[in-house]
Design a protein around this ligand. Structure first.
Ligand code: ADP
Ligand code: MG
Length: 314
């Protein structure tokens, strides 16, 4: 075996192992700058490093929404939040899923907390600032949730303006943050309607799998209804392909069909499938601190830059 053979083998391993190529390129950006195609089949633009903000707030509120579970909503909320925070943005994450995966994924013992987002929604007299928890990541705060939240949906049904309760909870702190990301539960029930009513934008993560698009029409219909009836400023900030596997034709086909349907609304950035994301969650950290040079961290940094470049965040 001469050195070129060894290089070939190394390259092959790089292609087929998960953690290899960590210092390499994001999928589809290998030729960035030379006008080559990105993973979404469109030329990959360069998203510049965002300049630091001279002042902070008011926050743009973005709901991470897809009524399908396991598509990367929570992972995207944590890691997009962490990368926006790295760029100096003040970020608040709202855990709006009774499973509390976002809270736990950032090391917050949510099941032991006496006050969570549930109390803010269902009881008067709480100061939202007392419920906010700081994370180990600078500029990244959380309003936690736990299983208590599962009762809120039923309790709120009889309330006046029941769709606007989360918007009211967040109003006093909008000026404290640049971006607020709401991690929705996998349903289109009253909690998600509250998130969409409080939001300026929606980010829809889609898993690169067969049937990824199933249910998206219903989601878009729900967003349009909320826009008509409750929140006219609401817009779809973008559709994010997650769990992308550049080795499979299948992933490419799914992305192609998503772009065919939603064209410019699909982010150029795609998030590859890598075990680093569940590993980071187990370690209760964003990937940016768990393995800061990993390509998964780079992908979420690129997503933050793309979101800012599109005007979806300051
Ligand atoms: P959702 O909030 O939509 O239910 P999650 O973000 O919790 O989805 O992701 C579901 C599972 O998939 C979690 O175990 C998470 O760690 C894992 N996961 C998320 N994104 C990726 C990815 N890009 N590659 C591999 N695993 C991922
Ligand atoms: Mg989730």
């Amino acid at each position: 075996m001469d050195s070129s053979d060894i290089e070939a083998v190394v390259n092959e391993v790089d292609e087929t192992t998960d953690t290899a190529g960590r210092h390499g390129h994001l999928p589809g950006t290998e030729d960035a700058g030379r006008g080559q195609m990105g993973p979404t089949g469109r030329p990959m633009p360069v998203f510049p490093e965002p300049p630091p903000l001279a002042s902070h707030g008011p926050a743009r509120v973005i709901a991470m929404c897809n009524q399908k579970g396991g598509v990367g909503k929570t992972t995207t909320t944590i890691n997009l939040g962490a990368t926006l925070a790295e760029y100096g943005r003040r970020v608040l994450l709202v855990d709006f899923d009774p499973q509390g995966a976002l809270s736990v994924g950032l090391g917050i013992p949510a099941h032991q907390l006496d006050v969570t987002v549930y109390n803010l929604l269902t009881e008067r007299g709480h100061d939202v600032r007392d419920v906010i928890v700081k994370t180990k990541v600078e500029n990244l705060d959380v309003i936690p949730a736990n299983i208590d939240l599962s009762a809120a949906e039923v309790q709120l049904v009889g309330e006046v303006a029941r769709e606007q309760i989360l918007a009211r909870v967040l109003r006093p702190i909008l000026d404290d943050y640049d971006v607020i990301l709401i991690d929705c539960q996998p349903s289109l029930g009253l909690l998600t309607v509250n998130a969409l009513t409080a939001a300026h934008g929606v980010l829809i993560p889609l898993e690169c799998e067969f049937f990824a698009m199933r249910g998206v029409a219903l989601l878009v219909e729900t967003i349009e209804k909320i826009c008509d009836r409750l929140n006219p400023r609401l817009e779809v900030d973008g559709i994010l392909a997650t769990m992308y596997d550049s080795r499979t034709l299948h992933s490419k086909e799914v992305v192609a069909s998503v772009v065919e349907h939603f064209s410019d609304r699909v982010f150029h950035t795609v998030i590859s499938r890598t075990v680093k994301f569940p590993d980071a969650s187990l370690a209760a950290e964003p990937i940016t601190t768990y393995d800061t040079t990993h390509k998964g961290a780079a992908a979420y940094r690129q997503l933050a830059r793309e979101l800012i470049a599109r005007g979806g965040a300051a």
